[in-house]
Design a protein around this ligand. Structure first.
Ligand code: CA
Length: 227
């Protein structure tokens, strides 16, 4: 299945080059020439990656990137710009872009960065949000929400929750959790996994009436959801 890319760029020569390179590499490419049309495309369609120019005729890429993130469009964004300064690059990351490439660029570098951005975003189709009923984790932001309310988790709680959510509706054993979440050998004398499970349950309960994490006697744990 080919990847869908949105290129938001007003410079016809750059646009044509990027489109040609991507299509040659079997990406499917949509083009937008303005910030407004780019935003419409991003809202109406599903893309695997968005390549975004900073200087657009009707706005700048920073504002557009921020606006897309505010609308919970989580597609990876690769910024294209002639600006070399580090503070511009940092600003790109702050508004939610995933990477940055300086014009003029080498086409091999462009392809390598697209691949790297997609790899880092973790899942195919740019999906980096895990959902289970009222629970939602944005893995890029490391943010957990219950019924749209952000809930703070410690790193241990967060890692445990993500592990359970990636295996939702399946039983996971304490041994699997110990090895995969904490990279340690499970010792039956210790009770720390139960402790973290109880912390997570308590935090979920503070914003939900539903129980998500069940203990399966003598087996392990399961996080249950219909979606
Ligand atoms: Ca431009």
């Amino acid at each position: 299945m080919s990847m869908n890319v949105l290129v938001i760029e007003d410079d016809p020569s750059v646009r044509t080059l990027v489109k040609a390179v991507l299509e040659k590499n079997e990406y499917s490419v949509d083009i937008a020439e303005t910030a407004e049309s780019g935003e419409e495309h991003a809202v109406d369609n599903h893309y695997d990656i968005i390549i975004l120019d900073l200087g657009l005729p009707d706005g700048d890429g920073f504002d557009l990137c921020k606006s897309m993130r505010d609308q919970e469009i989580t597609t990876p964004v690769l910024i294209l710009s002639a600006e070399q300064e580090t503070d511009v690059k940092i600003k790109c990351l702050r508004v939610g872009a995933d990477d940055y490439i300086t014009k003029p660029f080498d086409t091999e570098e462009l392809l390598a960065r697209i691949e790297a951005v997609n790899r880092r975003s973790g899942e195919v189709n740019g999906n980096r949000v895990l959902k289970c009923g009222e629970l939602q984790v944005d893995m890029l932001e490391r943010q957990f929400k219950v019924n749209d309310t952000p809930v703070d988790l410690t790193n241990n709680e967060y890692n445990l929750l993500v592990y359970l959510l990636k295996r939702k509706n399946q039983i996971v054993t304490q041994e699997e959790i110990a090895e995969n979440v904490w990279d340690i050998h499970f010792d039956t004398q210790t009770n720390y996994i139960n402790v973290y499970i109880s912390y997570l349950r308590k935090k979920i309960r503070s914003h939900s009436e539903n129980e998500y994490i069940d203990t399966v006697r003598k087996k392990g744990f399961i996080i249950r959801c219909d979606d």
